[in-house]
Design a binder for this molecule. Structure first.
Ligand SMILES: [Zn+2]
Length: 311
């Protein structure tokens, strides 16, 4: 992963900022902008859709209940209430989501992630910052290492950039990081696992069991014990089954870190149980407003298209 500081400095420098602005202006002349949500002309996100997306991310919530493959929370058992008899049940890792992966927010994410709309980084940075503040307002230590789930070699090769890295850089540039949080890019994919994932294909379309098997053992946070004493808040763009966060948590715990929870921009609503099992696709992912076409961002085809970080 490229150092966040390097990305930040590059984005903040007057030269690159001017070049980006010039490219945006040239792009709007050659390819007139359309709202990625409703298709209205002249802006990548029209004022009405901007309000809708902001409104959808105003109240971050705990999305753990919708992700069946999350790991257990550390040192936190619950289930039967104080004084109730019987064994306590393990609770999943708490994951704070800024909003639901529904029409507006999902299209902004897709446009930024898969269609080069880096002009929408600011909207997503605001949403992520709200989730981070909510997560840090829980009973967490004062010092938290904010650890992003790394972008995969496949994704970086295809896109040429890591969207989550750019969004986090924007959060820092705007001074939106909660006090006491320090971004640490200490997670990475094992090189062999990355090459294997390039050959074997993306996670999209995989069932829950196959997805878990596909990601298990693919990440590393360095030598066992080298993160002892560190408390971590994971950060990712979208929560679906929780398989990726489970693998990230496994790798961090193997290196001695405590994983307090995670924060994401959007959470996919838990699909209704079907005969196909818990990995069924959410209807939100294929719903589109009647009579409207998606502008530059294409209609999402599956949860894996957006959410797999091993592709
Ligand atoms: Zn719009």
């Amino acid at each position: 992963m490229v150092s966040l500081r390097v990305v930040e400095d590059w984005l903040a420098a007057p030269g690159p900022a001017a070049v980006l602005e010039a490219c945006r202006e040239l792009g709007s002349i050659l390819l007139p902008a359309e709202c990625v949500v409703c298709g209205a002309a002249d802006a990548s996100l029209c004022p009405a859709c901007l309000i809708t997306v902001r409104h959808a991310t105003l109240r971050p919530f705990n999305a753990s209940a919708g992700a069946g493959m999350l790991p257990e929370a550390e040192g936190c058992l619950a289930g039967h209430g104080a004084g109730a008899p019987g064994p306590a049940e393990p609770v999943p890792l708490p994951v704070t989501a800024a909003g639901r992966y529904a029409a507006g927010l999902s299209r902004v994410l897709l446009a930024c992630k898969n269609h080069g709309h880096t002009d929408l980084l600011g909207v997503l940075a605001e949403a992520l910052a709200r989730a981070l503040h909510q997560a840090s307002s829980s009973a967490l230590p004062e010092r938290l290492a904010l650890v992003p789930v790394p972008g995969s070699l496949r994704g970086r090769t295809r896109r040429g950039y890591d969207p989550l890295e750019l969004i986090l850089a924007k959060v820092r540039l705007r001074g939106l990081l909660p006090a006491g949080m320090d971004v640490r890019g200490i997670l990475s994919y094992r090189r062999g696992a990355e090459l294997l994932s390039l050959r074997s294909g993306a996670q999209k379309g995989l069932g829950a069991g196959a997805r878990r098997k596909n990601v298990h053992g693919t990440m590393t946070a360095g030598r066992p014990g080298n993160l002892r004493g560190m408390t971590v808040l994971l950060v990712d763009d979208v929560l679906t089954t929780g398989a990726t966060l489970a693998e990230a948590t496994r790798a961090l715990r193997a290196s001695g870190a405590q994983v307090a929870g995670a924060a994401v921009i959007a959470a996919v609503r838990a699909p209704a149980p079907t005969a196909a099992g818990p990995a069924g696709k959410s209807p939100e992912l294929v719903r589109e407003p009647a009579g409207r076409s998606m502008a530059h961002a294409q209609r999402p085809r599956s949860e894996g298209e957006l959410t797999s970080r091993v592709n």
